[in-house]
Write a protein that binds this ligand. Structure first.
Ligand code: 0A1
Ligand code: ZN
Length: 865
């Protein structure tokens, strides 16, 4: 396969600009007609042709300034249309035909259920018409959507300016978006939906119409999303002074969508999973995700749409920043601590793994074959961590000044990450030059902590703390430089007293580690000190801090930062699991159980922290502190630890469980914390057969999906007959609701049982399953590959082979989704050699497959290089 990578360094400004785009689109399942009228102007003096991108288009006609263009003046390439005109400005009219019904890749114009919708980011607009499909070409769009009257709702970006009938059977609506935008923000939706309406008055008094379009019959499930939208609009005004800028804001929920949602100007398109929610069918996590994705897309209106990316290498400019903004919003709406823990889990489970794999890349990648492969946890989540560090270093006020300056300088422009850094630099006296390395250097830095105790000349006891940083080489970069790392730190003794350092390196609870290492000293007579490092996960790094069990428990007891307290327990559990790995069958010492019992007693009234502290690290998190992993040995050790945990702490767990009242459902933070804690505890108790009844009882009594699903998850640890019975009852109740059924699919696919492949085959034949629907595929095949680690990594190779067989079929239908699900297979580096050989064998099958998409090719070829 010959595919050309694009490099960030090769950026050239566009040779032409397109001031206005007038689209006239007549919808038809197999013959949609697109007439595009472009106002073209040459940029500067040159005589290069106008090169437009196109993919899978049938070209019908081209006209320049009203005259049909004869063949010698244009060249049609595989994926380009070049216009050879000597004119510096001209009107270009291009007519093309496309077939949305045949579009199963879900990029460009496609049909979801019966509705037409579009997805143009990153490079999907070229599947609708020939265009300069790059984010630095900004145009004002006018769009006329024409369709049969059986399709009543015709939507596009901006404000509606005209509508009417065409003959007896067709009608049209014309839309105008006054804000110049790149083509990736273009959207069109046409269908028959239920509509929820509301309005929002901005802080300057402008009334905005809010419209939410959902599948017929699902109106009541859209209420929470609409309320979330209003909260997001208010928050952006309060925190960043940013108001909405059109008269109407529309959100459409569709069932067939490759990602979470899309921020098209004034017309967001959402995966219905992130819109529809009610008490019966949605868990607390679902509600949380709806609010956070609604906010994310809304926040893009400023960070992404008003100020956009110059080129796709700058993706983190809008995504890292917008994720950070949605995280801050969620923290304000719910709880700062549980949000922080949630995001750190994502970093540790997925981003650290990506950085340790062949797909390692900086948050601003240097080289890309298929842009869709770079909507990654690195660009998004590590990108957000980098923005968070600006926020930490500049403080909320400094960060706000930097943001104000960013909008002042760049509103209406397509810019780079360097432009963002420069705006932040204008708001601080700190020199951000070294900090900017976070944009160009990949890999996870490791911060090592060393603690030495000496007596000085006066016989005082001096504690010297040394922090060192080291970033291991990654597949894309062998040399690493020192980063500028803000490290939140506390020095405490075993009674909880806090100490300051002699050199005043610790300022506001933070040190800056910007050299390979740095040291500071603390005087403390008769005290044993514990360094509490990386509070609030102040940088996306790993920490090596050789603390004993007593120190970890001291941190839990006394550290000021609740994140550190949670993290100390995670480290403690990780240590215990390691101990069992090293000596299978060994028993964890009673001291540790006593320490955990005390921790439980201490936090009886803080169910949020208690619930999080009772979660044992996931298999995926454990992988990040190990190498050469034998999956079965690690899983067995984890299981043995969890079994001992349940046995040793049974009485304490029961007490926590029984103390939580079964209140009727409400989605408030207190109630969420209670349900979370109760379900975490139930999952532990499920390991003891005597508590099976409690699981069935919760399943029977639940008045909400959180508790129903909590019972089912716990039942995964019970004997399989109980699990199967509850699952069958669940299916019978929820067969009509595809989003709920996805949970059922995922629970089946993550079961560790011998008949797993028969189960998955049965799931794929389920009437509600379709390979063309990404949510279904992710819930079955994605869940298996990402989260059924024991079966996926089975040493007979059956899991790897099963996923590969499926991907070979899926790739022909939806390459973008196939390229996502191949991820666990490409992350073979951390596993023992027996695994590696088998994983590479399957990667080899993929690579040799004729007609492999460039999406999958890019990841597989990198992984085998
Ligand atoms: N910009 C969207 C994510 C998105 C990206 C690509 C898509 O299709 C290929 C769809 C959505 C966001 O960050 O929400
Ligand atoms: Zn985004």
């Amino acid at each position: 396969m010959s595919v050309q990578a694009k490099r960030r360094a090769d950026y050239q400004p566009p040779a032409f600009s397109i001031a206005t785009v007038d689209l006239h689109i007549t919808l038809h399942p197999t013959e949609t007609k697109v007439v595009s009228t472009l106002a073209i102007a040459r940029n500067g003096a040159h005589n290069a042709p106008l090169v437009l991108d196109g993919d899978g288009l049938e070209l019908n006609a081209i006209a320049v300034n009203g005259e049909a263009l004869s063949e010698e003046f244009y060249t049609l390439g595989d994926n380009t249309l070049s216009i050879n005109s000597e004119l510096d400005t001209f009107e270009l009219v291009i007519t093309t035909t496309i077939a949305p019904e045949h579009n199963k890749a879900l990029e460009g114009l496609y049909l979801s259920g019966g509705a037409y919708c579009t997805q143009c980011e990153a490079e999907g607009f070229r599947r609708i018409t020939y265009f300069m499909d790059r984010p630095d070409v900004l145009s004002v769009y006018t769009v006329t959507v024409v369709a049969d009257k059986s399709i009543p709702m015709l939507l596009a970006n901006g404000n509606p300016v005209d509508k009417g009938d065409i003959g007896a059977s067709s009608h049209f609506v014309k839309w105008h978006d006054p804000h110049p935008k790149p083509c990736y923000l273009f959207a069109l939706v046409a269908g028959d939906f239920d509509l929820l309406t509301d309005s929002y008055t901005t802080s300057s008094g402008k009334e905005v119409a809010l419209e939410l379009y959902v599948d017929k019959g699902k109106k009541s499930q859209g209420v929470f999303a609409l309320e979330s939208l209003k909260r997001a609009m208010k928050w952006d005004e309060d925190v960043f002074g940013l108001e909405y800028d059109l008269d109407i804001y529309m959100i459409v929920a569709v069932d067939f969508f490759n990602m979470g949602a899309m921020e098209n100007k004034g017309l967001n398109v959402f995966n219905s999973k992130f819109v529809l929610a009610d008490q019966e069918s949605a868990t607390d996590d679902d509600f949380f995700n709806v609010e956070s994705v609604i906010a994310h897309e809304y926040f893009h209106n400023w960070t992404g749409n008003r100020v956009t990316c110059r080129d796709w290498f700058q993706l983190s400019l809008k995504e890292g920043l917008t994720v950070f903004r949605d995280q801050q919003f969620s923290a304000d709406m719910t709880s700062a601590l549980s949000n922080r823990i949630k995001h750190v889990r994502v970093m540790r489970e997925h981003q650290f793994a990506e950085d340790a794999s062949a797909m390692s890349h900086p948050i601003r990648p240097e080289e890309v074959i298929e842009m869709n492969n770079f909507y990654t946890v690195t660009v998004y989540d590590k990108g957000a961590e980098v923005i968070r560090m600006f926020h930490t270093l500049l403080g909320p006020d400094g960060f706000r000044r930097g943001m104000d300056e960013y909008f002042k300088r760049h509103d209406g422009q397509a810019v780079t990450c360097d432009d963002f850094i420069s705006a932040m630099q204008s708001a601080t006296d700190l020199d951000l030059t070294q900090f900017a390395r976070w944009y160009s250097q990949s890999g996870t830095p490791v911060i090592s902590v060393e603690h030495k105790i000496q007596n000085d000349d006066n016989d005082d006891v001096i504690h010297t703390f040394t922090l060192s940083q080291h970033t291991p080489a990654t597949s894309d970069q062998s040399e690493k430089e020192s980063l500028y790392i803000p490290v939140n730190i506390e020095i405490i003794d075993d009674e909880g007293n806090t100490y300051t350092d002699n050199e005043s390196m610790i300022q506001n609870g933070m040190v800056i580690l910007n050299a390979p290492s740095m040291s500071f000293t603390v005087n403390a007579e008769n005290a044993s000190l514990t360094p509490v490092v990386l509070g609030n996960f102040s940088a996306p790094a790993k920490v090596e801090n050789p603390l004993d069990t007593a120190s970890l428990l001291t941190i839990f007891k006394y550290a000021k930062d609740p994140f550190n307290r949670w993290d100390a327990m995670q480290t403690l559990y990780d240590r215990c699991i390691k101990q069992i790995e090293d000596a299978p069958g060994c028993a964890i010492s009673n001291d540790i159980w006593e320490g955990i019992k005390q921790a439980i007693a201490q936090e009886q009234s803080n169910l949020e922290l208690l619930g999080e502290c009772l979660v044992t690290p996931s298999f995926e998190t454990l992988c990040q502190s190990r190498s050469n992993i034998n999956v079965s040995a690690l899983s067995k050790a984890r299981k043995a630890f969890c079994d001992q945990f349940a046995q040793a702490l049974e009485q304490e767990l029961l007490q926590v469980f029984n103390n939580i009242d079964a209140a009727s459902y409400s989605y408030t933070q207190d109630a969420v914390n209670q349900r979370r804690c109760k379900n975490v505890v139930l999952a532990h108790l499920a390991r003891l057969p005597q508590h099976e009844g409690a699981i069935v009882a919760q399943f029977d009594a639940a008045d909400n999906m959180t508790d129903t699903l909590g019972a089912l998850r716990s039942a995964q640890h019970c004997n399989s007959a109980t699990f199967d019975t509850l699952m069958a009852r669940f299916e019978a109740t929820w067969n009509h609701d595809p989003l709920v059924l996805d949970k059922w699919f995922a629970l089946h696919a993550t079961q560790n049982r011998d008949d797993i492949f028969a189960t998955i085959t049965m799931l794929c034949e389920h009437p509600q399953f379709a390979m063309s629907n990404p949510n279904r595929v992710r819930s079955v095949i994605g869940s298996f590959a990402f989260y059924n680690s024991e079966r996926f990594h089975a040493l007979d190779g059956s899991g790897y082979k099963f996923v590969t067989d499926y991907l070979l079929k899926l790739d022909a239908v939806n390459p973008q989704v196939a390229a996502r699900i191949v991820t666990p297979l490409t992350q073979w580096q951390g596993f023992a050699n027996e695994h590696q050989v088998l994983m590479k064998q399957q990667l080899g099958r993929l690579l040799n497959h004729k007609g492999l998409s460039k999406d999958v090719f890019e990841k597989v070829s990198k992984s085998l290089a």
